[in-house]
Write a protein that binds this ligand. Structure first.
Ligand SMILES: CC(C)(COP(=O)(O)OP(=O)(O)OC[C@H]1O[C@@H](n2cnc3c(N)ncnc32)[C@H](O)[C@@H]1OP(=O)(O)O)[C@@H](O)C(=O)NCCC(=O)NCCS
Length: 143
């Protein structure tokens, strides 16, 4: 069993560790805090007996952008990523947001499929998006 709640600043070190374990880009803890402070309802965590996943995004007017979504490997495939995304979408709707965009590595077939299965479409391609030079697909969904 798990539940989703809003991030709080005491969660920072656990969330930072999840980002290190599951994401390929490196983010400093300060950046995570900046993202949270700029839009608190766009930062959520998933909890079992500990934090096992999180989603974090930014917003600009009526569009939100998912910057990070990660679930610890041993907890994947149980609906936690979907629940994080659904809560994020609910918070977006309550905040008057009408669309969501995100970037995903072109090699990250699982994540691309995950987002496509949840109504996101690839709308464009950004060469050299990641620090190692890999390109990103930009994906988009109206909510
Ligand atoms: C993408 C990610 C967040 C999904 O989280 P999740 O908790 O596994 O998500 P869910 O359980 O809701 O759905 C996973 C999908 O994979 C399937 N799946 C089944 N077993 C699985 C497993 N052991 N591992 C992963 N996915 C599995 C699920 O059935 C589901 O398929 P569906 O799209 O047909 O419904 C997670 O795989 C992850 O952290 N990946 C690494 C980081 C990443 O790539 N992030 C996205 C780019 S920022």
């Amino acid at each position: 069993m798990f539940y989703i709640r809003g991030f709080s600043e005491e969660d920072l070190s656990e969330v930072y560790e999840i980002a290190l374990r599951n994401l390929t880009e490196r983010y400093q803890p300060e950046l995570l805090l900046d993202i949270y402070q700029s839009w608190p309802s766009g930062f959520l965590v998933a909890i079992t007996s500990r934090i096992v996943g999180f989603i974090a995004g930014t917003r600009e007017e009526k569009t939100a952008r998912i910057l990070m979504l990660a679930v610890d490997r041993e907890f994947r495939g149980q609906g936690i990523g979907s629940a994080l995304l659904n809560h994020f979408i609910t918070n977006c709707r309550s905040g008057g947001i009408v669309s969501i965009s995100l970037e995903v590595r072109i090699s990250n077939q699982k994540a691309i499929q995950f987002y496509q299965n949840r109504g996101f479409q690839i709308i464009t391609f950004t060469p050299n998006y990641y620090t190692d030079g890999e390109a990103a697909y930009v994906m988009w969904k109206m909510i």
